[in-house]
Design a protein around this ligand. Structure first.
Ligand code: NAD
Length: 486
């Protein structure tokens, strides 16, 4: 039985109802209201920031050696494992995702805490060789209070990616979930709160602050006690936050949008490429920052490949995230489904041919849910809005290319630079193209594989900075150089 956490925010380490406006959270598979979450106000953000600054400076936390912070992270990982079924069910209800996906995201969240615990336990500071009559050392110190702002598409995994390194770095965190999906972040806040209590650590090391971005998110970014913001979301929001951060000269990490190319060369293993391209754009119903939403196929293979792709896209089973055979679940919200539908209308207006999908599915079973069929469009130039702008839904636009120069020019002709996938049997071609594509991550003969130990982030309008990897902890610290004379 799914338990929805009580409608309370965690403000300065204490649970209480936010004093801001109530907002219903809706199950996108049914349109049913799950619960009503009250937003916090800007004043409550200030209260949480004040408590967080005191918690970060509390000797119980400040003087805890880094390897002891690892204990907190291990404990959180264990609590996530114990609550895994409940967290997965809650995330499926809140985001619409399939249970298979939310189970994997919960496991990845626990893995992130475990990896980060191991990384902080074994972190070393370096003494540099003397260049004179002294030695120098680089020390890493906590920033103090970190603001973590997340989107709605994979809340539990993105929360873990922000919370684990920020806590491992010795900071307190103000976590702001997205308006449409606050429930898993609130549930995770309960687990972390329990771990803090059990270890006798300050409760205000974590606040979870639901509410609107323009109020709660903005108050977090502008608060003078917040020394870093780690943000994942849209490029326009990232730019707004960067402007506010510039006023404070505050470091930022920005994981933003994408319009990632998937590339199929003429010699590719067609089965492998079809599976990878389909997974790249239709898994998570396309609501993934790295969705491979622009497909480039070598002209000689184009008709055959796209024909087969369309057949398979038509055969995908669309249904609720709770049904074990569902392959494409509803979108996160009815408003988002309508926005995706409007994007496909625009593709038609631009002269695109919709080869499959292009509508919500028919039938009573789909009537109340935020469903949209897997869609493939062709016949548009790379300069069209459909090819240039992020749709964040199950919509693929297919284009042929003539040769490597043509491919690289088209693939790089985008404001974004988040990810790319290449399918070929020619490892030299894969290497050449991978090095020429402007993207933070390039997958070769695979797609959407993630390792917590491999840095992740974007180029160009897809972001600033990198998350994950051992350096993820350093990104939440300040470096200090110490000199000893002899
Ligand atoms: P969004 O930018 O609208 O919102 C993201 C978060 O920012 C939300 O919590 C929102 O409340 C908050 N916010 C909004 N305005 C703010 C402001 N002025 N100040 C501070 N916070 C503010 O994005 P979304 O629609 O929730 O998510 C979809 C976007 O996220 C897509 O563009 C997608 O590509 C991107 N995304 C990127 C990555 C990545 O790692 N690069 C991962 C997932 C999603």
């Amino acid at each position: 039985m799914l338990r929805i956490p009580a409608d309370e925010a965690r403000i300065g380490g204490r649970w209480r109802r936010g004093a801001g406006a109530p907002a219903p959270t809706v199950d996108p598979a049914t349109g049913r209201v799950l619960t009503t979450v009250h937003a916090v106000t800007a004043e409550e953000v200030a209260e949480a920031a004040d408590a967080a600054a005191r918690a970060a400076a509390d000797p119980r936390w400040r003087e805890l050696p880094p390897h002891r912070r690892a204990e907190l992270l291990h404990r959180v990982a264990r609590l996530i494992d114990e609550a895994a079924d409940e967290l997965a069910a809650l995330q499926t209800a809140d985001t619409g995702k399939t249970l298979a996906e939310t189970r994997a995201l919960v496991a990845s969240a626990a893995g992130t805490f475990r990896y980060t615990a191991a990384a902080v336990e074994t972190a070393e500071e370096s003494i540099t060789p003397a260049r004179g009559d002294y030695v120098t050392m680089s020390a890493y110190e906590p920033i103090g209070v970190v603001g973590a702002i997340n989107p709605w598409n994979s809340p539990v995994a993105s929360d873990a990616q922000k919370l684990a390194p920020a806590l491992a770095g010795g900071n307190a965190v103000l976590l702001k979930p997205a308006e449409w999906t606050p429930l898993v972040s609130l549930a995770l806040g309960r687990l972390i709160g329990r771990a803090l209590d059990e270890l006798g650590l300050p409760a205000a090391l974590l606040s979870v602050l639901p509410g609107r971005g323009s109020v709660v998110g903005d108050a977090i970014v502008r608060d003078p006690r917040v020394g870093k913001v780690t943000f994942t979301g849209g490029t326009a929001t990232g730019r707004t936050i960067a402007h506010a951060a510039a006023e404070k000269l505050m470091p930022l990490s920005l994981e933003l949008g994408g319009k990632s190319p998937t590339v199929v060369l003429a010699d590719a293993d067609v089965e492998q490429a079809l599976a990878g391209v389909m997974f790249g754009v239709f898994s998570s119903s396309g609501q993934s920052c790295v969705a491979g939403s622009r497909l480039f196929v070598a002209r000689e293979l184009y008709a055959e490949f796209v024909g087969e792709l369309v057949e398979r896209a038509r055969a995908l089973r669309v249904g609720p995230g709770t049904a074990p055979d569902t392959q494409v679940a509803p979108l996160v919200h009815h408003d988002h489904r309508d926005a995706v539908a409007a994007r496909v209308d625009l593709a038609r207006e631009e002269g695109g041919r919709v080869l499959c999908g292009g509508a919500a599915p028919d039938g009573a079973a789909y009537r109340d849910g935020a469903y949209y069929l897997p869609t493939v469009v062709e016949g548009l130039p790379n300069s069209s809005r459909t090819c240039q702008e992020e749709i964040f839904g199950p919509v693929l636009v297919a284009l042929p290319f003539d040769d490597e120069e043509d491919l690289v020019a088209q693939a790089n002709d985008s404001v974004y630079g988040l990810a790319c996938g290449i399918w070929t049997r020619d490892h030299r071609a894969a290497w050449r193209i991978a090095r020429r594509i402007e993207a933070g991550t390039v997958w070769i003969n695979t797609y959407k594989q993630f390792s917590i130990s491999t840095p992740f982030g974007g180029m160009k309008d897809s972001g600033l900075g990198r998350e994950k990897g051992r350096d993820g902890i350093r990104a939440h610290q300040r470096q200090k150089s110490l000199y000893w004379g002899t």
